[in-house]
Write a protein that binds this ligand. Structure first.
Ligand SMILES: Nc1nc2c(c(=O)[nH]1)N(C=O)[C@@H](CNc1ccc(C(=O)N[C@@H](CCC(=O)O)C(=O)O)cc1)CN2
Ligand SMILES: Nc1ncnc2c1ncn2[C@@H]1O[C@H](COP(=O)(O)OP(=O)(O)OP(=O)(O)O)[C@@H](O)[C@H]1O
Length: 205
């Protein structure tokens, strides 16, 4: 198993974030369309009625074409909103075409909606997670604040829902492997513009 000190992890995160920010507009467009093609025929997508997306920032793979497809297919779609009270947790708010968004404290657009209009993360069928880095075993690195880990910590138990699918560009793959942390929630699948991979029995590389 690769050993990674917090410093190494920080440097790795910075390198991977820089790599995704350097993708051109045209590369991003193709990536978003490729990703939608990878997702749409999967069992997790087809079986999902409630799907959480994210609003891409910082070179993240754009989910807009997939979001439009989901709306066309009559699925209920959600975006994460930072929890107003519970630190480092998120709630999910349903969005429709034309829903108004406002920047949160990190400049990420999120729906303008009261907490009472949010749904519990347990009500979702499928969550699309933005990845900073991933390896072939399904270990991941996120933005480093543990939002997804905390919000979906209940998935570390017997609970099988919602399914968690990590989305990333191929340039975010860490060939040498990512050392998992005790608090990491397991991914059920990985999707890039080129491929889709189910992760059955997650283990370290
Ligand atoms: N598109 C998108 N939405 C998302 C996430 C995400 O990764 N992507 N999140 C997934 O977790 C949550 C936000 N998480 C974040 C975690 C860290 C930083 C961050 O480190 N920002 C600055 C540093 C700011 C600071 O520490 O003061 C940076 O960009 O360097 C931002 C957002 C909720 N929404
Ligand atoms: N369930 C949890 N309870 C308490 N702290 C947690 C939990 N999950 C993660 N953390 C904390 O969150 C911090 C960030 O974790 P990590 O470096 O794995 O972030 P990440 O997976 O890259 O981020 P994200 O989950 O936002 O995509 C860690 O310092 C960890 O202690």
């Amino acid at each position: 198993m690769p050993q990674q000190s917090p410093e190494t992890r920080k440097a790795l995160r910075q390198r991977l974030r820089r790599a995704r920010r350097q993708l051109s507009f045209s590369e991003q467009r193709h990536a978003a369309l490729g990703l939608t093609r990878q997702l749409r025929h999967t069992g997790l997508w087809q079986g999902a009625r409630h799907i959480a997306f994210y609003q891409a920032v910082d070179g993240e793979i754009v989910t807009l074409p997939a979001l439009r497809l989901a709306w066309q297919q009559g699925k209920a779609c959600y975006l994460p909103v930072l929890h107003p009270i519970k630190d480092d947790h998120m709630v999910f708010v349903r969005i429709w075409p034309g829903s108004r968004l406002a920047y949160n404290r990190w400049g990420i657009p999120e729906p303008k909606a009261a907490l009472k209009h949010s749904v519990s993360p347990r009500r979702l069928d499928l969550v699309l997670l933005p990845l900073v880095g991933f390896d072939e075993a399904g270990n991941r690195i996120g933005m480093g604040k543990g939002f997804y880990d905390r919000t979906f910590a209940f998935r570390r138990g017997k609970c099988r829902r919602p399914a968690l699918t990590g989305l990333g560009h191929e340039c975010q793959k860490v060939a040498e492997g990512i050392a998992p942390s005790a608090w990491d929630v397991p991914l059920d699948a990985l999707a890039t513009p080129r491929r889709y991979k189910s992760i059955k029995n997650r283990k370290a590389l």
